[in-house]
Design a protein around this ligand. Structure first.
Ligand code: VGL
Ligand code: ZN
Length: 201
């Protein structure tokens, strides 16, 4: 007998939650809206509660660009200006229940020429995770086809096990299907997809 079901996953020491870029500019009304991006918030709040309850580390990343970032359209990039450091658009979604006292924040894309779709690119995230003894990352947030994809890929590359929070990600979908292709690619590379109901109580 397997009372928890074959798909159940138990959180344990060595696990960390990484909430990617749940910022106003990626939500409805923002400057680079991810369609239905707001739907990740209540789901992430449940994952956050599970990690808090067990005292496991929680990281939140923020896209944090200078006003002249090279990814912005006026500077030849593909995106409308978004997540300018210190702006309201760069703030965390107000409904995201981040534990103010314990959250570990990683800023990325902070230099004019620094891309940093990945939370590992040009940041100290890897060093901070290692210092805490983290071996497995639970990754969700925005957007599936950019920062979540690149963060998951880099996490796998540098040796973490990665669990993809499949019910807590949404895609930009510049081309239709980008989100689905990104999910398939992350899983192909070794990320384990889960949904809330698969977390053991
Ligand atoms: C992102 C596009 C530009 C993301 C950031 O967080 O996925 N996408 N900058
Ligand atoms: Zn950006």
């Amino acid at each position: 007998m397997c009372p928890l079901g074959p798909q159940t996953l138990t959180l344990s020491l060595g696990d960390a939650l990484v909430v990617v870029d749940v910022q106003n500019d990626f939500l409805p009304g923002g400057s680079l809206t991810v369609s239905r991006g707001d739907e990740v918030v209540p789901v992430l709040n449940r994952y956050l509660a599970a990690f808090m309850r067990r005292g496991l580390p929680i990281f939140a990343t923020r896209d944090w660009h200078p006003p002249n970032h090279y990814s912005f359209q006026p500077y030849g990039g593909p995106w409308p200006p978004h997540c300018v450091a210190g702006s309201e658009g760069a703030a965390f979604a107000p409904a995201l229940a981040l534990p103010a006292s314990s959250i570990l924040i990683t800023l990325k894309g902070t230099l004019p020429e620094q891309n940093a779709y990945s939370a590992f690119d040009g940041t100290d995230l890897d060093a901070r995770l290692r210092a805490l003894g983290v071996r497995r990352l639970f990754i969700g947030g925005l957007a599936t086809d950019y920062c979540v994809l690149c963060t998951v890929e880099d996490g796998l590359k540098v040796g973490y096990a990665v669990v993809l929070l499949q019910d807590a990600i949404r895609a930009v979908n510049v081309r239709p299907g980008d989100g689905e292709r990104a999910e398939a690619e992350m899983i192909r590379r070794g990320a384990i997809p889960i949904r809330l109901e698969m977390l053991a109580a």
